[in-house]
Design a protein around this ligand. Structure first.
Ligand code: NAD
Ligand code: MG
Length: 383
């Protein structure tokens, strides 16, 4: 079996760490040739020592210098900045790039990887939300494979296998509903950061955890699903499913619904993206449906989760609207994490930015980045 060489963008994050667990369980199958991290140098040093990549990148030149000092002469080459991320994303030996940076910062290196002919295991949904049309065009043009890592999209990808596109009626994304699924909306004005970070089923980075509480995460995933699977928003539904066992479903024209189930652990979709079409054994507890007893589903309530409607509206508006939505959301979530706005301030801020946005059709990644910058400036101005 040929060893697959991997570059991991965002190795110190939640997805990055799970990816390295999969690699460690299958050291005979995978070799990490490049890795990038933001600012968590302590964890990054441990990862570099364990996985011995040839090239690593961090955000700042200062951290790069500190990293070189800590790793000494035996260490890999250390680079920094956006050029450093691109160097890792396009590493000559990498066959597949795991895109697991959080936020719009993942877009440029992911696009560089596609243009360098690398297959992509995509966790960074913001890449497709902000620049879906351009990214999908590049995927076709460079003939690369784009494997979803997001658990819902991996479930849909698996549920579509062996079927014809024209037989698909709609996609059904499941959502846990987060920590506020049952909380009285009258009390939403005193939601604390701690309440919002307490996700019931998944252990993830802070940004996506807040996005899960507001359900903007599901909104971004509807947009992501639109680009990955080519269906319009009105054929992509969302069901709240508190147990997070059914990871998503495809409904066909004959009434059949095909779903993928499993315990909620990102190692499953990560491993499938890395080893497709093979499946790898993973060290996970088995799914015991009899012990679970019941799986429940319900419709999301728009009053409780206004961010979901904002995302559907941005998808319907098309063009630059999802990029503006994403940037406004990133600023809003950051402001909430830093105590500058309340939980209810998140949808308010996004809605205000979107009401000022003039939709254009971005012709290039630079155009997308300009929309992103515009929305961030607007949101900062409102704050
Ligand atoms: P995280 O915050 O845990 O990790 C993010 C990684 O990106 C870290 O390595 C961090 O150092 C790096 N990073 C952050 N900002 C950066 C910047 N500006 N430049 C370069 N590197 C930067 O995030 P996560 O939860 O692992 O999520 C990563 C991506 O995967 C997100 O797009 C998220 O939506 C998606 N995703 C995550 C999960 C999950 O279970 N965590 C599930 C599905 C999809
Ligand atoms: Mg998901």
């Amino acid at each position: 079996m040929a060893i697959k060489k991997i570059s991991i963008l965002g190795s110190t994050g939640s997805i990055g760490v799970s990816t390295l667990e999969v690699v460690a369980e299958h050291a005979d199958r995978f070799d990490v040739v490049a890795m990038t991290a933001g600012t968590n140098l302590d964890l990054f040093v441990q990862q570099i020592v364990s996985f011995r990549p040839q090239l690593v990148a961090v955000v700042s030149a200062g951290d790069a210098a500190r990293l070189r000092d800590r790793l000494g002469d035996e260490g890999p080459e250390v680079v920094s900045g956006v050029e450093g991320l691109i160097a890792c994303a396009t590493h000559a030996e990498a066959g597949i790039v795991v895109s697991a940076i959080v936020g719009a910062a993942g877009l440029v290196p992911t696009m560089a990887a596609i243009e360098a002919g690398k297959d992509i295991a995509l966790a960074n949904k913001e890449t497709l939300v902000t620049a879906g049309a351009l990214v999908m065009r590049a995927v076709a043009e460079y003939g690369v494979k784009l494997y979803p890592v997001d658990s819902e999209h991996s479930a849909i990808f698996q549920s579509l296998e062996g079927h014809r596109d024209k037989d698909v009626k709609r996609l059904i994304l499941t959502a846990s509903g987060g920590p506020f699924r049952e909380r009285d909306p009258q009390t939403f004005d005193n939601i604390t950061l701690e309440d919002a970070l307490a996700h019931p089923n998944w252990n993830m980075g802070q940004k996506i955890t807040i996005d899960s509480a507001t359900m903007m995460n599901k909104g971004l995933e509807v947009i992501e699903a639109h680009w990955l699977f080519g269906l319009p928003g009105d054929r992509i539904s969302v069901h709240i499913h508190p147990q997070s066992i059914v990871h998503s479903m495809v409904e066909y024209i004959d009434g059949s619904v095909i779903a993928q189930l499993g315990v909620p652990d990102m190692k499953t979709p990560i491993a499938y993206a890395l080893s497709y079409p093979e499946r790898l054994p993973l060290d996970l507890p088995p799914l015991d449906l009899c012990q679970l007893g019941q799986l429940t589903f319900m419709e999301p309530d728009s009053e409780r989760f206004p961010c979901l409607d904002l995302a559907y509206a941005a998808l319907a508006a098309g063009g630059s609207a999802p990029a503006a939505l994403n940037a406004a959301n990133e600023v809003a979530v950051d402001a909430f994490l830093n105590g500058r706005i309340s939980y209810l301030g998140i949808p308010e801020l996004i809605e205000e930015v979107m009401s000022k946005h003039q939709v254009v059709v971005p012709g290039s990644i630079d155009d997308v980045l300009q929309v992103d910058q515009w929305a961030r400036r607007e949101a900062d101005g409102i704050l």
